[in-house]
Design a binder for this molecule. Structure first.
Ligand SMILES: Nc1ncnc2c1ncn2[C@@H]1O[C@H](COP(=O)(O)OP(=O)(O)O)[C@@H](O)[C@H]1O
Ligand SMILES: CC(=O)N[C@@H](CCC(=O)OP(=O)(O)O)C(=O)O
Length: 261
């Protein structure tokens, strides 16, 4: 039987709030090893970008990353956000090791080709170095990835953190039974976004399509769901979306994804 590993993604909405962030990190630190954390930071990047006089531009939930924006996101994701998370985890006794996709050649990507929209320095993942990540895990480290990849020719690229989480989970599937958990500020995928008690417990692609058509699933939830189904279709054993409470206590409601009804 394959050994289990959990890949957890935490978004910028939780990280921005010191109390929520601390509560999440305490729960994450208590999860058994092996484990991997992927964090976002989009909200902090947008705020710093504004302060620097570079108005953030998002299209379909993805950031248009021109050269100036790439500098901002590199400072925020690989610097401020990653190092804060790592230091807090260390304080909780979790041997976190902060990484961008360039470190240890962990995640290579290609610059997204210009289509109708030019996303600039945004990267589509080409290859995850599962051996490298596997040896860090085997060495007792807890890899903590930020939302940056590289193209192998010296160029850093901005890559959606939900996508990094699903691709890292898929690559680890070669050696492990992988659980992927998207943790965010709500209780799960909601039937009514205003009602945190309306968690949809199970979603398959057919139900997802219907919920999108009804306008019940929108915005940042769409890439999260697409990444979730992609991970399930490529060997990840279990994918869930929910609040940190359900990571701590599986009896709490959360959304479980499946490919079949
Ligand atoms: N049906 C839904 N249930 C829950 N959240 C939803 C739903 N539809 C859209 N959303 C939005 O998706 C967001 C989560 O995606 P995102 O902003 O990418 O989060 P994060 O980066 O924090 O992981 C929620 O904050 C919410 O506004
Ligand atoms: C290309 C692209 O859009 N990258 C994202 C990466 C950060 C991210 O995904 O952060 P959250 O998880 O907090 O949203 C961005 O710059 O916003």
């Amino acid at each position: 039987m394959k050994k289990e590993v959990i890949v957890v993604k935490i978004g910028g909405n939780v990280l921005e709030d010191p109390e929520k962030s601390q509560a999440f990190l305490e729960t994450f630190a208590q999860l058994p090893n092996p484990k991997v954390l992927v964090h976002g930071g989009g909200k902090t990047a947008s705020a710093l970008s504004e302060r620097m006089g570079i108005p953030p531009k998002m299209v379909n939930g993805r950031r248009i990353t021109d050269a100036d924006t790439l500098e901002v996101v590199t400072m925020v994701y690989a610097g401020l956000a990653n190092k804060k998370v790592v230091a807090q985890l260390q304080a909780l006794g979790c041997n976190a090791l902060g990484l961008s996709g360039a470190d240890g050649n962990s995640i290579q990507a290609v610059k997204r080709p210009k289509g109708q929209i030019d996303y600039g320095f945004a990267g589509d993942i080409k290859e995850v170095n599962c051996c490298g990540i596997g040896s860090l895990i085997a060495g007792g480290f807890v890899p903590v990835f930020c939302a940056l990849t590289h193209d192998g020719k010296g160029q850093l690229l901005n890559t959606n953190a939900d996508t990094i989480a699903s691709e890292v989970a898929i690559s680890l599937g070669e050696g492990y039974s992988v659980k992927l958990y998207y943790c965010f500020e709500k209780n799960g995928v909601l039937n009514d976004i205003e009602d945190d008690d309306s968690v949809i417990r199970d979603i398959n692609p057919k139900k997802y399509e219907k919920l999108v058509m009804q306008g019940k699933i929108a915005a940042g939830m769409i890439p999260k769901m697409d990444n979730s189904f992609h991970a399930l279709a490529h060997g990840v054993s279990e994918v869930a979306i929910g609040h940190v409470r359900s990571l701590q206590n599986p009896a709490q409601p959360y959304t479980k994804l499946s490919l079949h009804s």
